[in-house]
Design a protein. Structure first.
Lengths: 130, 130, 130, 130
């Protein structure tokens, strides 16, 4: 499981006085930054593509208190895997998300098997619950 | 069904040379702007909350060509409804999304029935497919 | 002079009920998009770098009404030039900005002379006032 | 002087492989967050307005290394003051900015004198250089 602290920004606080839901995917991406860099050290030459993102917005998030993002692996397939993420503010679960990423070979423009070493690392982060 | 044209911005084009997925929810929100304003003319006093957003990223979106967002209503419940959206660039379906919104009464802090007039308007936008 | 219409987004409307000033540089960049593309068709291989941006915020900008961005050239030097921009909403001048861009050679990592053809195009857009 | 650490985000890294200049004002705002909150604890009822922002972009900022923002007060007037900010990455000065803020009375819609207590706090942060 990966942990990441995000400090909500003034500019992310919208007219309804809380953090808009449109901000959340950028935060979630920070939560799985280590996994992205595991597959490719060079952000400009990525080998992962995001094919699905599903977010449940359970509670408002406010400016003024840090947010904690927990990231685990839910499922590992041949060429894809699913991340499970939870965003907490003051110990309250505010967002639950799952994101499906595909290991992609840009030279053939097709999904590619996840190499064994990376598969093993991903499996270490699989858990029944976060 | 609602139609909205978005011009991808230079600043929305990320290091992988296409529009990052983190940008999409803000575009989708523009797609259902009319529905938000139907429920409340004052953005600062909204009566809708977003409880779920599910996005399938089917194809990359690039800078340089306008994007068309189609928005229809998938399902109308007592106090909530589900929108279905499709984002096209050059007639290619790039993103398919569904978003669940709840009619919310901020005074009681509870979900509230969708008024009949609004329900009827939403139902006019229900379609088997976009 | 270049003209560009921007539709303020819900997600750009901040907690103080207007468009936050942090959003403006991305809009201004859309205003001089044609100039960027004049110097390089490939955004990933730019030949301009932004070295200064100065913005006067004269009036609040609100969600709900389109904004017009006027862009002219203020001054053309050997390897740099200054743009002058004005952002209007409902005919009211809301932002005045000047941006200094340098023609840059990434192979030598040094400023480079602006080619004569491009200089002439820039000069066509010079005006005493917008 | 105020110090703030910002971690550049993947989503802030643009097609030219570095952090786009359009991202910087939101970072700078985080740098003077304490000053904003000094004037009003409630972000929705601010008493400061930003009237000018001038940024020199001296060096590219990259994803992967934290950034340090130093914020000092340059000048204090009757109803306005100027902040001076410097953004460093790996001890290299990347951005120098000055921002003019006006103490504003939203009830009369006019600039208002800065209260003596706040003026004194601002003066403690004045320095010849950062």
């Amino acid at each position: 499981m990966f942990k990441k602290i995000i400090t909500p920004r003034i500019s992310e606080t919208n007219i309804t006085r809380h953090i808009g839901h449109t901000v959340i995917p950028a935060w979630l991406e920070e939560g799985y930054e280590e996994i992205i860099l595991l597959f490719s050290q060079d952000l400009a030459e990525p080998s992962l593509i995001t094919v699905n993102m599903n977010m449940d917005f359970l509670h408002e998030i406010f400016f003024g208190k840090d947010v904690e993002i927990l990231t685990g692996v839910k499922k590992v397939g041949t060429s894809s895997f699913v991340l499970q993420q939870e965003v907490y503010q003051e110990r309250r679960l505010c967002v639950r998300a799952s994101t499906t990423l595909v290991h992609f070979d840009y030279s053939t423009h097709k999904p590619a098997s996840i190499p064994k070493t990376l598969r093993n690392i991903l499996k270490e982060h699989v858990s029944a619950s976060l």
